[in-house]
Design a protein around this ligand. Structure first.
Ligand SMILES: [Zn+2]
Length: 485
């Protein structure tokens, strides 16, 4: 071929490449990173480094907040578009590196066109102007309280609050900037870095010192008192409670330094820059280990039918998650047993030491029920997906006491000294990182000085619970047709 002029050549090239794009670029579609339990959660091709999330709250928790979420990411593959997870808000505009970008909502993904192919290893900044709607809270995300809002994103609801790569395998730094009427108080994960009053509103800025999974984000807005004290080694503690409950909550709040010392004696230094209890006047039916500021229902502390040691053991459960689940985050949601098994383990140990709840009895009872739990929910490290619409369905007995039972079996098998060393090594070697079941098996084997793959396979993946080392007399109840027990 002979081209007669550069101009014609340019025209021909443009025509060719336009044709190629039209033929080669498929319609936007929802993507995921292949989590066995949440196939559309997370997205391939990039790693989020930082989120900067600005939220403007007008004072009515039934109305959508205005928001600007800025995502700094590094591409890990060649990309022409970026899938974010996002639902329950309206997207007004998107920019990429400051330039307006096309976007489309497809199921629970927000697909952003980069405008040009971007090579792996490129830093990109995506800014999404959107709303965030707490009225659609039935599926998690925003929790409406009597005086404002709190957040509960676990497992897959962060993207119902802000656009994100909504999977714990992609941890990132977070900054929250919350603007609200100045007579309210806004608190988020990490330390306060700024507080500016402008007329009738105020803007609070918080930043976390460590990477965080999207499921652990927390923003509390309400008529709150912020209560400060000091924990072990000068750790700043910060509790957030309804103003009217300040005195009533104090007997519970002042227990935290002791809980911290108790956990540190067992697994080592607390891994974050601050800790505290967020008491929300809402009926959630759960407590949640949101990073540096665990969410508790007010009702847990005001009911009178529970012994004190039991309520404290739940406080210890959420605190223990800061080592197991928050600092060391799961690679896939099927690794949830590591989070909940360990949190339940320390909850049960604390209950044994402070209440009339021997660990061995609790584990014997768990052993009796374990086959039924496995039949109903799957084995600890391969749980069945939850039914559509059943958002907390993953949080079932097999990942709590059924998984603490796996740890008990491991301790019986390798001895208390090796088990304690494994606990400390796990939270040290994977601190502020992501780790999964295979990593745990490998570290357990390394710590015990022998291959535990075969031993743990049955405990983690077996349909039937293996015999308990040291307790040959323990028996399980037969599953009842696989129906939940
Ligand atoms: Zn838990």
């Amino acid at each position: 071929m002979f081209l007669t002029s550069p101009r014609l050549r340019a025209v021909l090239l443009a025509a060719t490449s336009a044709g190629l794009i039209a033929a080669a670029v498929p319609a936007p579609e929802p993507l995921g990173i292949g989590d066995p339990l949440f196939p559309h959660l997370g997205n391939p091709g990039y790693d989020v480094l930082a989120y900067d999330i600005a939220l403007t709250y007008g004072g009515d928790n039934r109305k959508a907040l205005d928001a600007l979420t800025t995502i700094d990411a590094r591409t890990t593959g060649r990309l022409e578009r970026v899938n974010l997870d996002f639902a329950h808000g309206t997207v007004e505009s998107v920019t990429v590196d400051g330039r307006p970008a096309d976007f489309a909502g497809v199921e629970e993904d927000l697909v952003v066109e980069l405008g040009r192919p971007v090579d792996a290893g490129t830093r990109i900044s995506i800014a999404v102007t959107h709303t965030s709607d707490p009225a659609a809270d039935a599926e998690g995300g925003w929790v409406r309280t009597s005086d404002g809002l709190a957040m509960a994103n676990q497992a897959d609801a962060a993207h119902r609050v802000f656009p994100c790569n909504d999977h714990p395998a992609d941890k990132a730094r977070f900054t929250f900037r919350v603007t609200a009427p100045k007579d309210l108080v806004a608190v988020a994960n990490g330390h306060a870095v700024d507080h500016v009053v402008t007329g009738s509103t105020a803007t609070w800025t918080y930043r976390g010192a460590h990477p965080m999974a999207t499921e652990l984000a927390q923003v509390s807005i309400g008529r709150s008192a912020v209560v400060r004290r000091t924990g072990p080694h000068g750790l700043p503690l910060r509790d957030v409670v309804p103003v009217a409950d300040r005195e009533r909550m104090e007997p519970w709040l002042r227990k935290t330094p002791g809980h911290l010392r108790w956990m540190e004696d067992r697994v080592g230094r607390y891994p974050f820059e601050t800790y505290g209890v967020l008491v929300a006047d809402a009926t959630t039916g759960f407590e949640l280990e949101t990073q540096t500021l665990s969410l508790f229902e007010r009702g847990l502390f005001t009911r009178t039918d529970l012994p004190e040691w039991y309520i404290e053991s739940i406080m210890v459960h959420e605190l223990a998650h800061h080592w197991f689940g928050n600092s060391v985050t799961p690679r896939a949601w099927s690794d949830l047993w590591i989070n909940e098994g360990h949190a339940t383990w320390y909850e049960a140990l604390y209950a044994q030491e402070t209440g009339q709840a021997p660990l061995e009895r609790r584990m014997r009872d768990a052993y009796a029920a374990s086959d039924q739990w496995r039949a109903a929910g799957g084995p600890p490290a391969a749980p069945h997906p939850s039914a559509p619409g059943d958002k907390s369905g993953l949080f079932r007995p097999v990942v709590y006491d059924g998984s603490a039972l796996v740890l008990y079996a491991l301790r019986q098998e390798i001895g208390a000294a090796a088990f304690d060393e494994l606990q400390r090594r796990w939270v040290t070697e994977y601190a502020h990182a992501t780790a999964g079941t295979a990593d745990f098996v490998r570290l357990a084997s390394d710590t015990a000085g022998r291959d535990l793959t075969g031993f743990l396979r049955g405990w983690l993946y077996g349909e039937k619970t293996p015999p308990m080392p040291g307790h040959p007399d323990w028996r399980g109840k037969a599953p009842s047709n696989g129906k939940p027990a």
